[in-house]
Design a protein around this ligand. Structure first.
Ligand code: FMN
Length: 217
């Protein structure tokens, strides 16, 4: 009887953990942001989504967003298409002039600002708190679940950030097409409360805000 009860209990534990780990991969289960820790992102489903030509048909800008969090799957794939690594030689999903990759990608979530580490494909905590209102000057940024920030570090004292600006267009367009493919909403934005934002992120004057992109449902 004791062996039977033990086996039953173990089966329940295994079933429950299988269910919760499969839930994490589901596109429509919003993330629960309880703690402000490193977020290990999921490997992208590279066989998913709509065909490219269909995604292009549906690409557009949206400016109304539901406040519900993105699923871990969507968050993971957005970061990967925006600035992730897609080859063994370390090069990215986006092109970059002279492969210099001046852009860093940050995710402003409801509970804080995170740095996207492409090598580890994870989000690393930068500033705890709700800083979404600094990510733009339009009211939808305050409640949208994700504001991406593309920020460049000066390559030298005279850097005018032209290369970073051009590079950012590719990041934004990859995210646009991914959103169109997954039925998500997004818009790229040139405006943010830059000085306050960089201060909150503890970034000095060597860094420049280049482009933002709001994403959600
Ligand atoms: C570099 C750039 C900056 C933009 N900045 C903003 C912005 O600050 N706020 C905004 O609502 N839309 C912004 N947009 C989105 C454009 O307004 C939008 O792409 C344009 O109206 C065409 O609409 P569509 O994207 O739906 O085709 C920007 C687009 C680009 C390419």
């Amino acid at each position: 009887m004791r062996t039977f009860l033990f086996s039953l209990a173990m089966s329940i534990v295994v079933l429950a953990s299988a269910q919760s780990s499969s839930k994490v991969n589901q596109p429509n289960v919003p993330m629960v942001l309880t703690s402000f820790d490193t977020i290990k992102l999921l490997a992208p489903d590279t066989l998913g989504g709509k065909p490219l030509m269909q995604a292009i048909v549906h690409r557009k800008s949206d400016r109304t967003f539901d406040s519900r969090n993105l699923s871990l799957k969507h968050l993971s794939e957005i970061l990967w298409v925006a600035n992730g690594i897609n080859r063994a030689n370390g090069k990215r999903t986006v092109p970059s002039a002279m492969a210099q990759y001046p852009l860093q990608t940050y995710a402003v979530l409801a509970n804080g600002i995170y740095f996207y580490n492409p090598q580890k494909h994870q989000l690393e905590p930068v500033a705890k708190g709700d800083f979404r209102s600094l990510a733009g000057k339009q009211t939808f940024v305050d409640t949208a679940p994700l504001n991406l920030l593309f920020i460049a570090k000066a390559r030298n004292a005279n850097d005018k950030f032209e290369m970073a600006m051009m590079d950012s267009g590719y990041c934004g367009q990859n995210v646009y097409l991914y959103c169109a493919s997954e039925g998500l909403k997004c818009v790229v934005r040139a405006g943010a409360k830059e000085a306050e934002l960089l201060k909150a992120m503890n970034l000095d004057t060597n860094y420049k805000f280049i482009l933002a992109q709001t994403v959600g449902y």
